[in-house]
Ligand binder design. Structure first.
Ligand SMILES: [Ca+2]
Ligand SMILES: [Ca+2]
Length: 203
């Protein structure tokens, strides 16, 4: 009887360890800027802050950010969904509101509008948890036709130096941004571990 109990406890402990190992992995988060709240098609609203998936996107000056809906006002780029831009004067900062560090994986970028169709160089500044700073300049292709057939947005990928970040700033303007992918570095996810005998034992 005692032996069976010990075996049962050991099996239970092994199950808990396996669950703990699974929840210690990296979690990739896709931020689409599609809301909530939803951004109506054909609209563009000036805002000071937008939050999604625990990450806040805020303006670094009084000119604010803009959320743009699908089928946007004349001249703005279109990918069929809502996205973010900073107009021609704004600056952007984003971070997790709970202070979690993250890795920057990829982002979709387009020019600001067909009125300013030049290739744009977007300056990313990453502030890492250890106080170091990493930067990258990304230049778009200068191809944009708004709601026409041209693919306005391009996907750009970041290298491993953009890891362990506390926050990222984009101090340049005149771009459009969508589909930001980040990875939460080494954070244990909130999971529920099930015990066959007693149901949920840890949440
Ligand atoms: Ca979107
Ligand atoms: Ca483009």
């Amino acid at each position: 009887m005692r032996g069976r109990c010990i075996i049962s406890l050991a099996a239970c402990f092994a199950s808990l360890l396996a669950s703990a190992a699974m929840c210690d992995g990296q979690e990739q988060i896709h931020i689409t800027f599609d809301g909530p709240p939803p951004q109506p098609p054909g609209s563009s609203y000036v805002i000071q802050r937008y939050d999604e998936a625990g990450m806040s996107f805020s303006s670094m000056n009084t000119f604010g950010l803009a959320r743009v809906g699908s089928n946007p006002p004349t001249g703005l780029p279109d990918n069929g969904t809502a996205y973010l831009d900073t107009g021609l004067r704004g600056k952007l900062m984003f971070r997790f509101t709970n202070g979690a560090t993250f890795d920057l994986i990829s982002v979709d970028l387009a020019e600001y509008s067909t009125v300013v169709p030049d290739a744009r160089t977007v300056h990313f500044v990453g502030y890492r948890f250890d106080g170091s700073v990493v930067t990258r300049d990304i230049t778009t292709d200068g191809l944009i036709d708004g709601t026409g057939p041209i693919k306005d947005f391009q996907t750009f990928y970041f290298g491993p130096e953009f890891s362990g970040l506390n926050r990222v700033e984009i101090p340049t303007y005149g771009w459009s941004l969508d589909n930001l992918v980040v990875e939460v570095a080494g954070q244990a996810r909130i999971v529920t571990i099930q015990s066959p005998a007693h149901g949920s034992v840890l949440a």
